[in-house]
Write a protein that binds this ligand. Sequence first.
Ligand SMILES: NC(=O)c1ccc[n+]([C@@H]2O[C@H](COP(=O)([O-])OP(=O)(O)OC[C@H]3O[C@@H](n4cnc5c(N)ncnc54)[C@H](OP(=O)(O)O)[C@@H]3O)[C@@H](O)[C@H]2O)c1
Length: 281
Amino acid sequence: MKIAITTASGQLGSAIIKSLVSEIGNENVIGIARTPSKAIHLNIEIRKGDYNSKADFDTALQGVDVVLLVSGMDAPDHRIGQHCNVINAAKEAGVRKIVYTSIIGKEGSSSFDAIVQSNRQTEKDIQESGLEWAIGRNGLYIEPDVEYIEQYQKDGKIANCASTGLCSYTTRAELAFAYTQMTLNDNRNGKIFNLAGGAISQQQLTNYLNQAFATHLFYEEMSQEDYLAFQQKANGEFLGTIIAGIYTKIRNGEFHIDSNFKEAAGRNHIAWDEYFRDLKS
Ligand SMILES: NC(=O)c1ccc[n+]([C@@H]2O[C@H](COP(=O)([O-])OP(=O)(O)OC[C@H]3O[C@@H](n4cnc5c(N)ncnc54)[C@H](OP(=O)(O)O)[C@@H]3O)[C@@H](O)[C@H]2O)c1
């Protein structure tokens, strides 16, 4: 069985590839990358695949049984068509099953909602493709907060507009494990799984970071208006608006979901106590 994974050069794509290789060997895993040279180190066959080019995927998906489609990074209206390039090429190439990495998020009205909706549209396109399918809705990655620790230390605090809202976070390593099981086991077919660990508040996240890094950060709640202005100044209007939208969704409880991680992965998601204890050691 040949399994192909898109965005092989990315952090999630490469994590899934490593996990799959450990289960079924590198001769059965194919990486598809927009920039193949960035994925050579994975020591598997790499094929070219830019989401803008259906022709790339017409070629890249030849002889593939299952394709794992990692959601793209482009503007929401653009990425729906990009994902369709992969879905349509998969149908024509005789791929049997498609697995898609979507995102959690209850419906809301924040500036991040267009991204959630574009993921929902791709879910629908996959369900209507006639192929076998399995879909994961990823919780928010916790790694960016961990990687941001030096900046948080400089600021002395974590400040945003999430307030006391709970957020269902996950890690790319946990997602890679779950997607490996969803890809290899057909009893996951036809299902949508929320893939996340326990939901935590920004205050809990701050406490965990303090434990892991021996810092003395505090959590400061900002108003939505102030946080939007701050983000737009720091990251520009487009990205700043999206980031502020994420924290508005957390504030509104729209990233707090019931996880089906165990159903997808066959084991529990790592507990945050354990994750941050491991980081400390
Ligand atoms: N759940 C969350 O918290 C969260 C947060 C951020 C993003 N996401 C979503 O999760 C996805 C994976 O995240 P990640 O951490 O792996 O991101 P990442 O490390 O930044 O990787 C992004 C990947 O997308 C590839 N890519 C970009 N445009 C492409 C195109 N037109 N055609 C084909 N490949 C393209 C990049 O290829 P190059 O190497 O050629 O640039 C790279 O491999 C993201 O794309 C995004 O949809 C989720």
